[in-house]
Design a protein around this ligand. Structure first.
Ligand code: SAM
Length: 239
């Protein structure tokens, strides 16, 4: 049996296909997920930020521009190479690691903010990861998470069983020139809430924000869809 990270790592993709898909101006990342994440971030100036599942580093770059120091972590060497090639900063530290395992290279009580944008659905068991994040976050520090909304996965992939918790495969970019396949965990809402409520973090918010006005102006079709069907769930935790 392969380890989970061998299936979920973006080293399995043509990373140029992924970036072409995700960095389109009208991708749901740009129209919806990134603005919603940014709205939830605290002021990052002078702060220590941990970017989990950093990929090619959209949020690492964002945090550096806000004046933060950033530790970026991903399992994909190809993605980390892209980040290292495009972002040159003394404030950036890069690590290749599996988020399902302990991360002893992260200092205890060190981070003001953890950004986990669209990465937790690649991790089966959130309990040890949340315990590790509790260790490395400073008192009062926050963890900002976006993840696939369970209903989005259920409707979109047309499963018979909403409650089934399992690794699934999905083809992304089907309307574009270079579709590619990703593997991630589909889980019911209870498997999101339970590890969060059992963690030591205080829950600040768990929500399904609606798309903003800019999304409406730029892409009315995506706006209408996102107004009717949730795509991602956003969670804010505090130590
Ligand atoms: C959708 S991308 C994240 C997007 C990125 N945060 C952004 O804002 O552009 C998911 C990332 O999670 C990484 N990943 C998947 N499984 C992982 C694991 N077990 N440990 C660490 N990173 C993982 C992938 O390699 C990929 O780079």
């Amino acid at each position: 049996m392969p380890e989970d990270f061998e299936l979920t790592s973006y080293d399995n993709l043509n990373t140029d296909d992924y970036l072409e898909h995700v960095e389109r101006p009208l991708s749901w990342n740009n129209l919806y997920e990134r603005p919603a994440m940014i709205e939830r971030l605290p002021n990052l100036t002078g702060k220590n930020v941990l970017d989990l599942g950093c990929a090619s580093g959209y949020f690492s770059e964002y945090a550096l521009k806000q004046g933060a120091k950033v530790t970026a972590v991903d399992i994909s060497q190809k993605m980390l190479d892209k980040l290292a090639a495009s972002v040159k900063s003394e404030g950036l530290e890069i690590h290749r690691a599996d988020l399902a395992q302990p991360m002893p290279f992260l200092k205890t009580n060190n981070y003001d903010c953890v950004i986990a944008s669209l990465v937790l659905h690649y991790i089966k068991d959130w309990k040890p990861l949340l315990a590790e994040l509790y260790r490395v976050v400073k008192k009062g520090g926050r963890v900002i998470i976006s993840t696939h909304h369970p209903l989005a996965t259920f409707n979109h992939l047309e499963f018979d069983n909403y409650f089934e918790f399992k690794m699934v495969e999905e083809v992304w970019g089907q309307n574009g020139p270079h579709p590619f396949t990703v593997c991630y965990y589909k889980r019911p809402i209870n498997e999101i809430l339970r590890p969060i409520l059992e963690s030591e973090f205080k829950v600040i918010s768990i929500d399904e924000p609606l798309p903003n006005k800019k999304c409406k102006e730029l892409d009315p079709r995506s706006y209408k869809r996102l107004m009717e069907r949730p795509a991602f769930l956003f969670i804010v935790l505090e130590k």
